[in-house]
Design a protein around this ligand. Structure first.
Ligand code: SF4
Length: 251
């Protein structure tokens, strides 16, 4: 599907968000994703066009964002690009980020890291904050649960860190996927080595998106996926801090 620079496919534009960056923010969820994570809470973002996405022009998105400028200024907030994977619609994202950057709006992005770094470097360079997901350290298990290997995702971590933009590594924590075999401890060691200044946010698995699966005619995530307890999350946060990583939570 060709997407021109005038617009692209949007899942949702959510005002008054406080979970993905500083202050009061607008989250722009762009459709399309190279992964098919079995636990995805935004499965409508896995394809560009479906019953839950709509085409919007850069102008339409910008006009909507403009109405929230006062809230960004008052709260130190801004706009967070999310998805899906926002870099899939690269030209649309580039246009939007450029336009909002020129308006003086603080920008953040949530990414799964599966991108050609040199192609998106200029876009990332406009961000004040980058959230970067690491889902599994084992390439085979990564492929099993997300549909692709983790090779490019892991190699892009250090490249992204070297941009010098505040970086938060996010790990969805899911029993039945990535909590066994020392995987989280390996993740922390990797982060410390490849992105020494990055902070870490552990995101416990949730099932809030399950209603969308029925709407899209998709099978639900396996029942074997389980949410860790608050105590377990705190213990893993403590393990990360022990290797010198600052932990954070926007939730
Ligand atoms: S990377 Fe995010 S949006 Fe894409 S499939 Fe995985 S959880 Fe869903």
């Amino acid at each position: 599907m060709e997407v021109d620079m005038a617009g692209g496919y949007v899942m949702n534009i959510q005002d008054f968000s406080v979970n993905d960056g500083e202050g009061i923010r607008t989250n722009i969820f762009l459709a399309g994703c190279p992964l098919t994570c079995a636990w995805c809470s935004n499965p409508e973002g896995q394809t560009l066009q479906n019953a839950m996405t709509s085409y919007m022009t850069v102008e339409e998105v910008t006009d909507k964002v403009k109405k929230q400028m006062l809230f960004y200024r008052m709260s130190g907030g801004g706009v967070t690009f999310s998805g899906g994977e926002a870099t899939v619609q690269q030209e649309f994202l580039r246009c939007l980020a450029g336009r909002l950057y020129d308006m003086g709006i603080s920008l953040a992005i949530e990414t799964c890291g599966q991108f050609a770094f040199e192609e998106v470097r200029d876009i990332l360079g406009k961000m004040d904050l980058i959230f970067y997901d690491i889902k599994h350290m084992d390439a085979g298990k990564h492929r099993t649960f997300t549909g692709i290997s983790n090779e490019k995702i892991l190699s892009n971590v250090s490249k992204t860190a070297r941009l010098g933009i505040p970086l938060i590594i996010r790990v969805p924590v899911i029993h039945g996927v990535n909590t066994d075999g020392g995987n989280l401890e390996r993740t922390f060691a990797f982060v410390k080595k490849e992105a020494p200044l990055a902070k870490l946010e552990l995101l416990p698995y949730h099932t809030f998106g399950e209603g969308k699966y029925a709407e899209l005619g998709m099978p639900l995530p396996p029942a074997s996926f389980q949410t860790p307890s608050q105590g377990e999350i705190e213990a893993w946060n403590e393990a990360a801090r022990k290797v010198g990583i600052e932990t954070i939570s926007y939730r």
